[in-house]
Design a protein around this ligand. Structure first.
Ligand code: BEZ
Length: 180
């Protein structure tokens, strides 16, 4: 995966626009892969579902808490992607009180499919979702890759460790020390 250019897709986002007025001042806005990744060195992590226990209790809040450490290591942004629609991802971001991590809704799973990370989770009634992984992405190209072991459809377990922020940060620090 290292050296791979991210797939070029268009994400359907919901953004607040006060000009709309009323109780629900949101509109659709297209965002492309380039909009998110061009000219930046970012951490992307992708997980099986918004509001799920491991994602909500550990992975997302820990990335949020450690954002300053990532910034100190030269990371410009942290993106959390899931095969969920923009309404769900926005609601999750609000519930998690995110200030540092931006969510990316891959509602139709196109980005995840083109990354080769789409798995069937029908055993949980989820349909097609993302296998859990993280990556350091530099100007749209994968620089480092952190994939949970055992990629499979309808996996009975939910491995979590490789794509944890603590692990990504440790590898990022080791890489920086080696380069110095
Ligand atoms: C979890 O994050 O704990 C989880 C993810 C996918 C399915 C079930 C649980």
């Amino acid at each position: 995966m290292i050296g791979k250019s991210l797939p070029q897709v268009t994400f359907k986002t919901r953004v607040r626009d006060e000009a709309i007025g009323g109780d629900n001042p949101f509109r659709w806005q297209d965002m492309t892969t380039e909009d998110y990744f061009k000219g930046k060195r970012v951490v992307l992590f992708s997980l099986p579902g918004a509001f799920t226990p491991t994602c909500s209790t550990f992975q997302l809040p820990d990335f949020e808490k450690l954002a300053g450490d990532f910034e100190a290591k030269g990371i410009d942004a942290i993106y959390c992607l899931s095969v969920n629609d923009a309404f769900v991802m926005n609601a999750w971001a609000k519930q998690q009180n995110l200030k540092n991590v931006q969510v990316i809704a891959d509602g139709a799973g196109e980005f995840t499919r083109k990354m080769g990370m789409l798995v069937c989770k029908d055993n949980l009634g989820f349909g097609m979702r993302s296998w859990r992984y993280a990556a350091i992405v530099n100007d749209g190209v994968v620089e480092a890759w952190f994939e949970e072991p055992g990629y499979a459809d309808n996996c009975e377990t939910d491995p979590y460790g490789e794509s944890a922020p603590q692990n990504v940060l440790e590898k990022l620090s080791a890489k920086a020390a080696k380069a110095a």
